[in-house]
Design a protein around this ligand. Structure first.
Ligand code: NAP
Length: 485
């Protein structure tokens, strides 16, 4: 129910996006808020991913809300537990914990043309009716397993990196690790010392950049607490580096070449064996897939109990993994670091907009939205971390803040014009999308398969610019981009 002039708002997801959205609305006087969260805890990817070594490769002073700086991050690149605890603390301090309904998984949402309101349904059969619906379900919440014959026949334990089975003792075991993405390069150095044999099945070698990590000392914690400007300086520094690097995507390829040189030197410094060096050398432009950050990944691969296998996997058998050369790799455990169904966005929720338009039909050729936030035919629906808002350099929390401030302006407009619905104009969204596609066509993402692109090759996930250029566009909502009906 709406309170007075203020629309009621329902947010789906209690990760950084959903919590950030709720705080932005609360701070601006919107208190009729509900967050529906399918799990029993908040945190999104930081709740789900518990694999050994899980951490963020974006420096914590930048990977945090601008309004909640944390002077006592344990490390520059903090681990998953610290980040999860940070988000919980932020939610608590900003009074949004009570707005979360846990164990409430949304199955469908329908817009009613007559009342101009959304009805949101959850798996327990409950239906809630609200004025404004905001999805903050993220891009990486649905793990993807590879489409390999015999996957279910493996006799031993097998699990995905995002659903790590901590009951499985890896010590002394022969372990197959499939995948070499951002998750795998964090857990491989952690498990390598304890396993008997680690076979890493690599389809594509990653570009790996050194990590300038540090444990913050008690003196630094005191300095950051007493002199908030010092923490801001560090935040500003990482923000500037990210913006500089993102210029390498389209405008200045020389920047990308410089980063590639740093990564190549890092590889040569850490790996001597020519055969291994050849296997680990990428043959595609840097940035095409997500570049990774690690100081201990390559050293782990040089250890005697590790083999890097580059022959394609053809099937999984009860005793292990078979490769295209006919070799049977017998293993005790399989770990799938094979990523997420990133291009499916709000799937599997059924979202019906004005006149019964179905979101999955509107997105049949790939998800698209005005600055990743608003979709024609779906009034009063807004997306946080929606299509084309992922970054290859920068902090997603910075992007989320740009979005939540913009969406808050939309909700304010609705509060001023009670009884109206706000819908992005189809011509504006199309114009935006055409320009976006033209720019995307010039990015290196076109040369690789990755979770940035859907099966048809359309880049649905990434923003082809800097975090700052995105913020500049979203600073002020222009009512002329919308129809108020
Ligand atoms: P990912 O980057 O999508 O990597 C999946 C890996 O699995 C790739 O190496 C892929 O190979 C491989 N793979 C898939 N199917 C395969 C098959 N049939 N045979 C062999 N290999 C196969 O997934 P992720 O590592 O979970 O990371 C996903 C995203 O999560 C990242 O890009 C990042 O945005 C985010 N993340 C961030 C952090 C952080 O520190 N900020 C940490 C972890 C994750 P190909 O490359 O050949 O496709």
């Amino acid at each position: 129910m709406s309170t007075g002039n203020r629309p009621s708002v329902l947010i789906i997801g209690a990760g950084f996006g959903g919590i950030g959205m709720a705080i932005e609305l609360r701070r601006n006087g919107f208190h009729d808020l509900t967050i529906l969260e399918r799990a029993a805890d908040l945190g999104g990817v930081w709740r789900e991913n518990t694999y050994p070594g899980a951490a963020c490769d974006v420096p914590s002073p930048l990977y945090s809300f601008s309004f909640e700086p944390k002077p006592d991050w344990p490390q520059r690149y903090s681990g998953r537990d610290a980040i999860h605890a940070y988000l919980r603390g932020v939610a608590q301090r900003n009074g949004v914990l009570d707005t979360i309904r846990f164990g409430a998984e949304v199955t469908a949402a329908e817009f009613d043309d007559a009342s101009g309101r959304w009805t949101v349904r959850t798996t327990d059969g409950t239906a809630r009716t609200v004025d404004v619906l905001i999805s903050a379900v993220g891009q990486l919440s649905r793990p993807a397993l590879p489409d390999l014959p015999g996957l279910d026949t493996f006799a031993g334990p097998a699990f995905h990196s995002a659903t790590w089975d901590h009951r499985v003792e890896l010590s002394g075991k022969r372990v197959a690790c499939i995948g070499t993405g951002a998750s795998a390069i964090q857990y491989i150095p952690e498990i390598q010392p304890k396993v008997a044999q680690l076979t890493l099945f690599q389809r594509t070698p990653a570009w790996v950049i050194p990590k300038f990590d540090t444990d913050y000392s008690p003196i630094q914690h005191t300095l950051f607490a007493r002199l908030p400007g010092a923490l801001l300086v560090e935040r500003f520094g990482w923000w500037a580096i990210a913006d500089f690097v993102s210029l390498g995507l389209v405008e200045f390829p020389a920047i990308a070449r410089l980063v590639a040189k740093i990564a190549s030197r890092h590889l040569r410094k850490q790996v001597d064996d020519p055969a291994l060096l050849a296997k680990l050398t990428p043959d595609y432009p840097i940035g095409c897939k997500r570049a990774l950050f690690s100081n201990d990944y390559y050293p782990a691969l040089t250890r005697p109990n590790v083999a890097v296998e580059t022959t394609a996997i053809t099937e999984v058998r009860p005793e292990g993994v078979r490769t295209a050369d006919g070799t049977m790799h017998e293993v005790d455990v399989i770990i799938y670091g094979t990523g997420f169904k990133g291009t499916e966005f709000l799937w599997p929720m059924d979202i019906y907009g004005r006149a019964g338009h179905k979101l999955s039909d509107a997105w049949s050729e790939g998800a698209h939205a005005y600055y990743g936030i608003a979709v024609p035919d779906f009034p009063n629906l807004f997306l946080v971390y929606g299509p084309n808002t992922n970054l290859s350099a920068g902090s997603i929390i910075y992007m989320i803040e740009s979005q939540t401030r913009y969406i808050r302006q939309a909700v304010e407009l609705l509060a001023q014009r009670r009884g109206h619905c706000l819908e992005v104009r189809a011509d504006k969204e199309e114009q935006f999308n055409t320009a976006l596609q033209q720019r995307l066509a010039r990015t290196p993402w076109n040369f690789c398969t990755s979770w940035y692109r859907n099966a048809a090759g359309r880049i649905t996930n990434n923003w082809p610019g800097s975090q700052t250029s995105y913020r500049r566009h979203l600073r002020k909502l222009d009512p002329a981009d919308y129809t108020l009906t």
